[in-house]
Design a protein around this ligand. Sequence first.
Ligand code: ZN
Length: 379
Amino acid sequence: MRPIVISDKFDGGNISVIDASDPLNIQLEIKPDNASDFFQWFYFRLEGEVGQTCRIHITNAGQASYTDGWKDYKVCTSWSREDWFRTNTEYNNGILSFDITLEQNAVYFSFFQPFSHERHLDLLSWAQEDARLSLETLGQSLDGHAMSLLHISGTDTPQHTVWLIARQHPGETMAEWFVEGLLEALLDRDNSQATQLLQTTEFYIVPNMNPDGSVRGNLRTNAAGANLNREWQSPTMEYSPEVYLVREKMLAVGGDLFLDIHGDEALPYNFVAGCEGNPSYNDYHARLECVFKEAFMQISADFQDEVGYPKTPAGKANLTIAANWLGEQFKTLAFTIEMPFKDNANLPNPRTGWSASRSAQLGKDVLFPIRATLAILDS
Ligand code: ZN
């Protein structure tokens, strides 16, 4: 019998092998982010004999950052690296366990369907084939990755500016799948809503706010250990250049609507978190938020407003969080959009759970609430 071989030596990989000598008792641990204690993202390849059954235990799951994330969790699994499906898990005594019978020698497992750096570079290139889009490098991350900004406009005199940033938390790969879908819809000349929107509105999009963490296989932080979504009040080039560079550009060009795309480990729903705790929050902001959410629910049955984070008391907002800082700075709508790692419990898909393609579809659908909200700004 050939030995089990496990590898994470690829873009975004994360696992360490404790003991793989017994296929029915393979013990693995998730590595913490390179410069912080956060961990939950994993992504690895397992190789063995065809027909062999393996039982895998992630033995440090109970110390992961969001242990509610393991409740009813199903692991993303792929033979082809293109088609991903879910495998049931058990979570007992802090150990996450699952089984696989090998249909071919190698199988991949991950916390959510990966979005590779190569795919990120592909996205930046295919999007540029549209003359309405331009690419700008704002500067470099600590590992030397380009901080890439896309600008899309169908007019030289836009009336509105929309900002959308994704993947401040690198393990939340659904955020970049969302951006990929949104870009496909926005640049589709057969999409009348998008074409019309671009006649009046410019978009600034950062598809990946945390390329270093993404390549390193981190869950939540950049190469220096910074949680970028706690850096918005006072970012520095030494610790959080990703936020510093994007924030400077935002201050230079302004904006009417800001969206920050994330994934939530525990809650099996799509939802938004708003700025109700901001010092300057008022009825006008509340109305913008309401219009956005109502329109989002009209276009997508995957979006809901029943379950989400607890509301922040008035004046108690944490202004180090991107959406709060942006809403306060620009006195307009700023939302964090959260997608599930597990599934949408209101509309579950047992085979795939929440998936890359469903994230992309939600990204396409978000154009509708953006348009509805901008219409309020015009009225
Ligand atoms: Zn996040």
